[in-house]
Design a binder for this molecule. Structure first.
Ligand SMILES: Nc1ncnc2c1ncn2[C@@H]1O[C@H](COP(=O)(O)OP(=O)(O)OP(=O)(O)O)[C@@H](O)[C@H]1O
Ligand SMILES: [Mg+2]
Length: 249
């Protein structure tokens, strides 16, 4: 499990720089699908970038199965990053490479080569996301939803324990959004991978998350089961995101 303890992050060298994350503590249980929701600037992307150590927190701890990962370097850091896969809003595929080569890329990055076994695994993952017949296409020949499914296949190539999705469906139409969300839910059920969904859409949270954490100005202002938070939101941020406030007031 992931335990985030008193995590703070401010950008820039000045000690009094504003906090993008301010004393955030939360636990993410193995196998959960948890939504981290908040309005623009709330600190959601900062939190995921701290989780995969693309960004160094200013203070606090991130314990993964009890081990503090913030100090990891070198081979240990690379090993940790393989446990935590990322999916982004803009898919992040390599335009010059075929779909199959994109899914094989993590193998290439990890070992410097792609074996026949790796290729077979990549094809099986493309089959899982429903795109086995597009292995030789290039990303530009696919729709946004299809590209995101390739990105999911690529994320799974490392057999991650955690999948972090930062606004993974924000660029997609409602039908493609549903396909991608169903795929993530299916993968969660079948493999037990923990899915962390960053979004400003309560609709996305309602569809696939079991638990939700609401961020506002870098702080956790509410958390709980999706059922409870939707039934009776307590924080102003949750009420606004659920459109339970009179916007014209
Ligand atoms: N590289 C950076 N340098 C300086 N400030 C940053 C940097 N990245 C983010 N910030 C600031 O940190 C705060 C949190 O930003 P963050 O990107 O984490 O928000 P977010 O919740 O992901 O927003 P959005 O929904 O718009 O993606 C904001 O005030 C932002 O301006
Ligand atoms: Mg963001």
């Amino acid at each position: 499990m992931i335990q985030i303890k008193n995590l703070s992050k401010s950008y820039g060298p000045r000690p009094d720089a504003p906090h993008a994350l301010d004393d955030v503590s939360l636990d993410i249980a193995d196998g959960d699908i948890v939504g981290i929701i908040g309005m623009s600037g709330a600190g959601k992307s900062t939190l995921v970038r701290c989780l995969n150590l693309l960004e160094r927190p200013t203070s606090g701890q991130i314990l993964v199965d009890g081990q503090d990962v913030i100090g990891l370097t070198g081979a240990e850091l690379r090993r940790y990053r393989r446990r935590v896969a990322m999916i982004f809003q803009n898919f992040g595929l390599l335009a010059q490479k075929t779909v199959l080569a994109n899914v094989c890329f993590p193998f290439l990055a990890a070992t410097g080569r792609v074996t026949a076994e790796n290729r077979a695994r990549a094809l099986a993952l493309l089959d899982l996301v429903g795109l086995a017949d597009r292995a030789d296409s290039y990303p530009s020949q696919l729709s946004g939803g299809q590209q995101q499914r390739v990105a999911i296949a690529r994320a799974l190539a490392c057999d991650p324990e955690y999948i972090l999705c930062d606004e993974a469906t924000s660029a997609l139409d409602p039908a493609s959004t549903n396909t991608v969300l169903k795929l993530l839910r299916q993968i969660n059920r079948e493999t037990g991978v923990t899915v962390i969904v960053i979004t400003h859409s309560m609709g996305v949270v309602e569809k696939i998350c079991r638990n939700v954490v609401v961020l506002e100005h870098g702080r956790v202002v509410e958390r709980g089961s999706v059922a409870d938070v939707f039934a009776d939101p307590q924080s102003h941020a949750a009420k606004v995101l659920l459109e339970r406030v009179d916007w014209d007031a």
